[in-house]
Ligand binder design. Structure first.
Ligand code: ADP
Length: 482
């Protein structure tokens, strides 16, 4: 059977460029889908780091005037991925991060940068490459949201799926940018991409794609509510029949405690001790009897780490320790550095982004804390499960879908894998941390929980076939109406 052609469009793709879970998913899905009969090509921007990582790229399309910018599309294989790269130096060859300038502000032309990505995707879908025509497009987040609008404008009928990885980011642009972005003025309506007087790239994708998915079943149902819908709950409700929640997996080859080159490998909880010792030393933590907890996270309001600061004394008083790795909001960075200074030997903080260190942290930790206010799926609790670091998580979004709370029934049935608590609630978080310390004090019980966690399936084996079935449904429906 020949594999069917799917073009994924995204602004991040691990291991080449990553700011969060989106990159992990975009990087891991192609391998998972290969076994399901889909050949995925991934179109990403040619950021400086991407261009530097490509070996022997081939130019497959010249675009001398892509929304007023000189660009070309390169084809290359890298890290096992079949890539198409939009090389447009005026848009992507810059210092700073993917979305922010060196001072931490959004690039003022972010709308144009990702509109160009979308326009290129629409052209490719329409047959601009000589020997490649995708049957289906998989669009990720607002950065790929304008693809259906451009396809409609060019007259391309390839079906598209939009996956919302985080509803908090809308990709808004001033309506005065319609011309610059070469968007059809007729689309600037309530039923199109207009959002309270602005252009919303996310809404454009949500209205224009044939199917919508998000990254967990619970987040899919939360999105229809004002609390989580971020102003787009009406669109979600209108498209409820086309929306499904498909849980993210993780790349279980990169994240395998038995073979991970960044750690002292282990396949049972007892093997973690040597990694715990190294982790304590690395973060300047005392030798302690209580649980060694970690946080690996963006420091933003979403992640609830201000709530954890408030709850921290409960963990410390009960004998726990914490090592935190993260970066983002300056106020939170400083508040956490102050917490480390207040609790020497008990709290260690590293401000920054360090993938290899994060592996060592999961290997050494007894628990990973994820107190998010909302969490579309969350990946760090999945790494925690895989590495026997029990997840202590807020009961929201994908966190609620992946962790089995250690209540008395689950403990008696032997199926608990972690602790869940009410989101956005400091006393509930304090109780969860105290429960963690109490469970940890019973060594045999805690190791049983760790073994349960390590056995919990966290790869793509369940979700890849669900995506494949959805792809098949959409392409078959398009064929029937053609
Ligand atoms: P989000 O995408 O909202 O940031 P996720 O939990 O879905 O949250 O994914 C975050 C990803 O980024 C995970 O792979 C996590 O390990 C990684 N990560 C976040 N912050 C850091 C950091 N400071 N250093 C290393 N990895 C990090």
């Amino acid at each position: 059977m020949t594999a069917r052609a799917l073009l994924a469009v995204a602004s991040e793709c691990a291991p080449l460029v990553k700011t969060g879970g989106l990159a992990d998913v975009v990087g891991a899905l192609p391998r998972a889908l290969a076994g399901q009969g889909w050949a995925v090509r991934t179109l990403i921007p040619g950021y400086r780091a991407v261009m530097a990582a490509l070996t022997r790229p081939r130019t497959v399309l010249e675009l001398p005037d892509l929304l007023g910018v000189k660009a070309r599309v390169l084809a290359a294989n890298s890290a096992g991925l079949d890539l198409l790269v939009l090389d447009a130096p005026d848009l992507f060859d810059r210092d700073g991060s993917l979305y922010l300038d060196p001072t931490g502000k959004d690039w003022p032309d972010n709308d144009l940068r990702f509109a160009a990505l979308c326009k290129a995707a629409a052209l490719i879908a329409g047959g601009a490459l000589k020997s490649y025509r995708p049957e289906l497009l998989h669009l990720h987040d607002w950065q790929a949201g304008l693809v259906p609008a451009y396809m409609a404008e060019i007259g391309v009928g390839v079906p598209a799926i939009l996956t919302v990885h985080n509803m908090a980011f809308h990709g808004l642009a001033a309506h005065t940018r319609l011309k610059t972005l070469e968007l059809p003025a007729g689309g600037f309506t309530v039923d199109g991409f207009e959002y309270y007087g602005h252009i919303s790239a996310l809404k454009a994708g949500m209205m224009g794609a044939q199917a919508l998915t998000t990254v967990s079943p619970t987040y899919a149902s939360e999105l229809a509510t004002p609390e989580f819908g971020m102003g787009l709950e009406g669109v979600i409700r209108a498209r409820a029949h086309d929306l499904s929640g498909i849980l993210n997996g993780i790349d279980t080859q990169t994240w395998d405690p038995a073979t991970d080159p960044a750690i002292k490998p282990f396949s049972a909880p007892g093997g973690k001790a040597v990694n715990s010792r190294a982790l304590r030393a690395e973060f300047g933590l005392d030798r302690q009897g209580g649980p060694l907890c970690i946080v690996v996270s963006r420091l933003s309001d979403q992640k609830g780490l201000d709530l954890l600061l408030e709850a921290l004394p409960a963990l410390i008083d009960a004998g726990g320790q914490l090592a935190l790795l993260g970066s983002g909001d300056r106020r939170l960075e400083n508040a956490w550095l102050n917490a480390a200074a207040r609790h020497p030997g008990r709290v260690g903080v590293r401000i920054g982004y360090d993938e290899t260190l994060s592996h060592r942290m999961f290997a050494g930790a007894d628990a990973v804390l994820v107190p998010s206010r909302f969490e579309p799926c969350g990946l760090t609790q999945l790494y925690g499960l895989r590495y026997g670091a029990l997840p202590v998580v807020a009961r929201t979004g994908g966190l609620a879908d992946t962790v089995i709370h250690a209540n008395s029934a689950a403990l008696a049935a032997g199926c608990a894998t972690g602790i869940t608590h009410r989101p956005g609630d400091v006393p509930a978080l304090q109780d969860a941390l105290r429960q963690l310390c109490a469970l940890h004090a019973d060594r045999p019980l805690f190791q049983r929980l760790q073994r349960n966690a390590m056995k919990h399936p966290v790869g793509w084996e369940a979700s890849a076939p669900v995506y494949a079935a959805l792809y098949a449904r959409l392409t078959d429906a398009t064929r029937e109406t053609a």
